[in-house]
Design a protein around this ligand. Structure first.
Ligand code: PHE
Length: 473
């Protein structure tokens, strides 16, 4: 067994940890994936079921991961091993830390590619805003003079250009690598302290803009009026998967961040705060996007292109659209940075803790590796568009490279990680250790134990089974 070295790094305060953890949770998942799924799944029923998943399944898992890191004080594999030792459980449980680190590595590879699209759109909208200002009309709509099909064509043109996609991916991954290489308190924490306040200001500004200029009433009705007939097994499955993804669960991210907590307990309220903040941001993202979509009579069920094709067109017809479209893409970019650093941090911490590498070396190895995997993902949009990496598996028979990496991590690795975490905490971890470290009240503790030992494993096993074998639905 490789000796585990504690990295010795840590957050400078409790609020720094909370901010960084919220930064990790809030990302493309909230602003791009959540509205997309809510739109496709018909709104209210999906949203209400999603909220139930977050609090009944997600929150107990958030607390579990932070607990493991808090006790372990090192990378995910080493931390689980330490909790196992103190609980007289097998050290082999640390395997789910390794699965998590691998999943985080794979996710950051395509996350950076998608964030690269956002970067490109921020650039396009920034250029458009500059033109508007030069023309003396800074409050005009976005992309003035372009037809709807020209605006939609921009996405296709971007996908057709490997060089453009590569350049954007390089910039985004380079930034992620740079922050992670600088370390926990002078890199990750600093990025979160600057970026998260900026994110919240932008978000609130854009929600107010949507409420004033758009159709907030229709958006609220769409998001919160349930039509239970729309709650099909597939919709429940995607709501559960989205809750795991959005809270960054199953990739050992919160184990890793939790390991940098040096003292104090209060893990329960901290976990709740993370879950509440992440959910509020997802709902606010919905309340920002749908009023704009409805105001111009567009289709909320546009799918993944909602943000890249539907919204830019909506911004065209709205006053101040050029300015707010630019701010919108900056907002997504900011959210994506604080998430991608949390993803790259998981394998980086593994290299430091389990292999004894220096931080810059570890970050460079995994950052470069993820960059290369990302290149394959982006080539899947053009020269390798007919490559189907897992084509032999019916579930992935039709999916391109990026969707395969996304689907395999999201449908297989993340739920496996969450399942093993819940079994480990629910059945293997020492009860006194759990009680002492979390500092929960007796009632909260019993509730947590029930959810983590029973509801989580059963529900997550169902997601996994229905995700892998859709035919049983
Ligand atoms: N939670 C992030 C988001 O919503 C994505 C993520 C998943 C980050 C897993 C870390 C780990 O965008």
């Amino acid at each position: 067994m490789v000796a585990t070295t504690s990295t010795g790094e840590g957050w400078s305060s409790r609020s720094a940890f909370i901010l960084a953890a919220i930064g990790a949770a809030v990302g493309l998942g909230n602003i791009w994936r959540f509205p997309t799924l809510a739109g496709e799944s018909g709104g209210g029923a999906f949203v209400i079921f999603y909220i139930a998943c977050v609090f009944l399944l997600g929150l107990p898992l958030v607390l579990s991961e932070i607990f493991i890191g808090r006790v372990g004080q090192t990378d995910a594999v080493g931390s689980i091993r330490r909790v196992s030792a103190q609980s007289k459980a097998s050290p082999n449980w640390s395997i789910f830390g390794a699965i998590g680190a691998l999943a985080a590595f794979l996710i950051v590879s395509f996350y950076s590619v998608v964030a690269g699209w956002v970067l490109y759109y921020a650039g396009v909208m920034g250029g458009d805003l500059v033109q508007a200002i030069m023309a003396g009309d800074p409050f005009r709509g976005a992309l003035a003079g372009e037809s709807q099909s020209q605006i939609q064509q921009r996405l296709g043109d971007m996908f057709a250009s490997p060089g453009l996609l590569l350049a954007m991916h390089l910039v985004f991954m380079g930034l992620t690598l740079y922050i992670v290489a600088r370390g926990v308190s002078s890199g990750i924490e600093k990025a979160a302290t600057y970026l998260m306040p900026m994110f919240f200001v932008l978000l609130v500004g854009l929600v107010i803009y949507g409420a004033v200029e758009g159709d907030i009433g229709d958006a609220i009705a769409f998001l919160f009026t349930p039509d239970w007939s729309k709650l099909t097994p597939q919709v429940m499955n995607s709501a559960l998967g989205q809750a795991l993804f959005s809270l960054s669960l199953g990739v050992a991210g919160l184990i890793t961040y939790g390991s940098y907590i040096k003292e104090g307990s209060g893990l329960g309220p901290t976990s709740a705060l993370i879950a509440v903040a992440d959910t509020c941001v997802a709902l606010l993202a919905g309340l920002m996007i749908f009023p704009i979509v409805f105001a111009v009579g567009l289709d909320p069920a546009a799918g993944p292109t909602l943000v890249f094709q539907t919204l830019p067109f909506a911004f065209q017809t709205m006053p101040g659209g050029a300015l707010f479209a630019f701010l919108f893409f900056v907002l997504i970019l900011v959210a994506a940075v604080t998430s991608s650093i949390s993803l790259l941090e998981v394998p980086t911490a593994w290299g430091i803790g389990e292999r004894g590498w220096s931080r810059p070396k570890s970050a460079l190895i995994f950052g470069t590796g993820a960059f290369v995997v990302g290149i394959a993902c982006l080539l899947g949009y053009n020269i390798w568009s007919d490559v189907r990496p897992l084509g032999f598996w019916s579930l992935f028979a039709e999916t391109d490279i990026l969707d395969t990496v996304d689907g395999f991590t999201g449908k297989v690795m993340l739920p496996v990680g969450a399942l093993l975490t819940s079994i480990f905490i629910g059945w293997k971890a020492d009860e006194n250790l759990l009680r002492a470290t979390t500092g929960l009240s007796p009632l909260a503790f019993s509730l947590w134990r029930f959810l983590i030992a029973w509801l989580c494993p059963i529900a997550v096993a169902i997601i996994l089974a229905t995700g892998l074998f859709p035919a049983i639905l």
